[in-house]
Design a protein around this ligand. Structure first.
Ligand code: ADP
Length: 765
């Protein structure tokens, strides 16, 4: 789609005209001023010359004699000729004079008295004016000179027929100093007129020049502005195109995200059926072959889920959709959580997992705990995968970066290592070190690419060192903020699966005993302590109940290995599950232990080991057996439950999983039915699928919340196959309290139910 035409704010024609007119006006004004000024200067020079002439002529007049000449009858009389003679001489001596004359005022009228023309004929008027001839003209300067008895001069030249002249007037007096009349001189100003004409022509030429120049300026401005307009239009068009492509790219990105979210949802929904039903199937009576098949389905399901999660994550990072959180978290807990997820796998291979926090590493930091854990799980997961024997050690140290910390992690294993020529392929997406890796170990080759990108988003970098056969070390660093001390939430409350079970702790070190005792008691165990082998064996010989024993390795007298053998030699305790706590360097090869845990004990790893050991213990019916789930949860944390889920298979999965935990729930197929069910029974909690026909989970929640403002009842748990953070935010915004992602697992389900129960009864977990 072409971008729409872009209007430009530049008008070259208008700007050209304005610029030309401005130059013309300014220049013409300047020119007019110059013209006026030089004309005035020329005229003023003539005026001053004229006044001097008039003054000089007035000095020639004999005032007393003049007074005697009053009648035309005196024309050419001796006194008349005597009186006029000096004026005639003056006239003769002065170039360009037309007239020199005197005049007096009689009864308000001007009368000529003497005229130099009497003795010196005037080319323009051969007949001189007779004495007392009344002045016929209206020259105001002439009248003013007579009335006010002072000098006066014409302001501008006067043109009459062929002559252009200017007059000046000067008073003359008699011997007593009394005013008699004025002398007038009329000067032919042809020089002045020529000069004025030259100035006029120059001004005209200047004006024409100015107009031409203005035209040129206007044209130049027009051209420049037209270029600017073209450039502006081009830039605007480019911007519009860029904006359009950005919009299209945004739309494509959104479409991609929607596609990913939909795909994730669509795949996860049936996966929920597969994984849930497999978990249920595992607990039914099966023969060896069937059990093997079920295990295969289960692991395949889990791998498929991992692959889906990896692809989703990778696409999100590629599309720039990852938004990092910045929230305070407990660093050790984050590490332990990561290790906990892999503890069972490591334990299966008998690999030691250890975690060492260097001095000065802050207990609490601010950042994205989930993403950090994801990176750690990936690296430790790889280490477990590629290490057949030995140990995996995660170390953390820190460096201050202003107000923040740079945390440096290293995950070191004693595994198969990576050939030097393959190192460069490590962090590439979909790249594994060699093709046989996929066959032998599985995986998508995305884990490291995702981890590297995540670490970079967190302000750090990642690298690896390795030697084939000697193991690998993956190092990375992230920048985190400081955080206030957080209250660590009890692991016990979140893991309510061991209620009433009996645990025996055997350790000569009182502090270690105390640690294990307090932890296990927190998880709901009834704990008995023994300081050594004798005390332990004495207790186990009795009929006292015991579901699990945790033994220290190095003890005076009988060590952990020997004690384990002695315990299993007791007929009643042959199958008692045992966990050994040992140091990293001294390992046990005793077959009596279900798990060996490295000291110092990591809270969550110990919890995982205890869980896994109890889950593997002989099936119900045999002494010491414990299911992997807490069938009494429904009794301890009773809840009236409603399940809203449209998918029939998933309805079955949720009801069966709930039944295992001791709950009965009403199942409805959509939001409308959920709202209606709530009108009949006051349910404590609802497991609400988000995507449903008729009325989806979010809308149903909004209606439920609107009908019961301010109430936390019912506690609503979102069930969703959507894996995006947006899904979580959307359900929160709609008023849901918790979130359970599909495929649903028993542990996750018991956790959300325990949380619901605690929240409804005001217990903080
Ligand atoms: P995958 O999901 O296939 O494990 P990764 O990106 O996490 O993808 O790892 C890519 C490849 O790097 C692996 O297939 C393996 O060949 C190699 N690799 C990663 N970690 C290790 C390790 N700790 N020891 C040996 N090889 C490793």
């Amino acid at each position: 789609m072409p971008p729409p035409p872009v209007p430009t704010s530049i008008s070259p024609r208008r700007d050209g005209v304005v610029a030309g007119a401005a130059v013309a006006i300014v220049s013409l004004l300047g020119l007019a001023f110059l013209y006026h000024f030089s004309q005035r200067a020329q005229v003023a020079a003539v005026q001053s010359e004229l006044l001097q002439l008039a003054r000089a002529a007035a000095a020639q007049v004999d005032g007393d004699l003049h007074r005697t000449i009053t009648s035309p009858a005196q024309d050419h009389s001796p006194e008349h000729l005597r009186a006029v003679a000096p004026l005639a001489r003056f006239h003769a001596a002065t170039r360009d004079l037309i007239y020199v004359y005197t005049a007096v005022l009689r009864d308000g009228h001007i009368h000529f008295i003497l005229d130099s023309g009497v003795l010196r004929p005037n080319p323009f008027s051969p007949t001189p004016d007779p004495i007392m001839k009344e002045y016929p003209g209206r020259d105001p300067d002439f009248r003013r000179a007579l009335v006010e008895q002072r000098e006066a001069v014409n302001a501008t030249p006067i043109t009459e027929t062929e002559r252009t002249y200017m007059s000046a007037f000067a008073p003359f007096r008699d011997a007593a100093g009394r005013f008699v009349g004025v002398v007038g001189v009329d000067l032919w100003v042809h020089d002045l007129m020529a000069r004025l004409a030259t100035i006029r022509r120059a001004a005209l030429a200047g004006g024409v020049g100015v107009i031409l120049l203005s035209g040129l300026v206007g044209l130049a401005v027009f051209r420049l502005r037209r270029q600017a307009a073209t450039a502006e239009a081009r830039t605007a068009a480019a911007l519009a195109t860029a904006e359009l492509s950005a919009r299209e790219a945004g739309a494509a990105n959104r479409a991609k995200s929607t596609f990913l979210a939909t795909m994730s949802h669509e795949i996860r929904t049936p996966m929920n059926g597969v994984i849930g039903m497999t978990a249920l199937l595992r607990d039914t009576p099966l023969n060896e072959t069937q059990a093997e098949f079920v295990r295969t389905i289960s692991t395949s399901g889990e791998s498929l889920l991992t692959i889906i999660n990896d692809i989703l994550d990778y696409s999100k990072i590629e599309a720039g959709h990852i938004e990092l959180e910045h929230a305070p978290f407990d660093l050790r807990q984050c590490l332990e959580d990561a290790l906990d997820l892999l503890a069972a796998k490591a334990a299966e291979k008998n690999i030691e997992l250890a975690c060492l926090l260097g001095p000065g590493v802050p207990a609490h930091v601010a950042g994205d705990a989930t993403r950090l854990r994801q990176v750690l799980v990936n690296l430790v997961g790889n280490a477990v995968k590629f290490t057949p024997a030995g140990e995996i050690v995660v170390t953390v140290d820190t460096e201050a970066v202003g107000e923040r910390h740079r945390l440096r992690f290293a995950v070191k294993d004693t595994g198969i290592g990576i050939p030097p020529d393959r190192m460069h392929r490590l962090f590439r997406s979909f790249s594994q070190v060699d093709a046989s890796t996929t066959r032998q170990y599985g995986g998508t080759g995305l884990g490291l690419a995702i981890s590297k990108r995540l670490v970079e988003l967190m302000g750090g970098s990642m690298c690896a060192e390795s030697a084939p056969g000697e193991g690998s070390t993956f190092r990375f660093d992230v920048v985190v903020g400081t955080a206030p001390h957080l209250v660590r939430h009890g692991v016990a409350a979140a893991s309510p699966a061991f209620g009433g079970r009996e645990l025996l702790v055997v350790d000569d070190n009182a502090t270690n005993r105390r640690i294990v005792h307090d932890l296990a008691a927190g998880w709901g165990f009834r704990v008995t302590q023994a300081t050594g082998a004798d005390e332990a064996l004495a207790r186990l010989r009795s009929s006292a109940p015991c579901d699990l024993a945790i033994l220290d390795h190095q003890m005076p007298g009988m060590d952990g290995d020997d004690l384990a053998a002695a315990i299993h030699a007791l007929p009643a305790r042959r199958t008692l599950p045992l966990i050994l706590l040992s140091s990293l360097t001294r390992r046990s090869s005793s077959p009596h232990f279900a798990r060996t845990m490295a000291k110092p004990v990591r809270v969550d790893a110990l919890l995982a080991a205890v869980r896994a050991t109890l889950a593997e213990a002989p099936s119900p019916g045999r002494p010491g057996a414990a299911p992997a789930y807490d069938a009494t949860l429904g009794l301890r944390c009773p809840l009236r439950l409603l399940v809203a889920e449209d998918n029939v298979v998933n309805q079955k999965v949720v009801s069966l999983l709930l039944k295992r935990l001791g709950y009965d729930a009403l199942v409805v197929a959509d939001g409308l039915e959920a709202v209606a069910a709530l009108d009949l029974v006051d349910y404590d909690a609802i497991l609400m699928d988000v995507e449903m026909p008729e009325l989806d989970g979010c809308e149903a929640t909004r209606r439920i919340r609107a009908a019961r403002p301010g109430s936390t009842r019912p506690w609503i748990i979102a069930l969703t196959a959507g894996a995006m953070q947006d899904d979580r935010d959307r359900t929160r915004a709609a008023g849901m309290n918790d979130f359970l992602s599909k495929p649903i697992r028993t542990e996750g389900l018991s956790d959300v139910l325990a949380r619901a129960h605690a929240a409804l009864h005001g217990i903080t977990v």
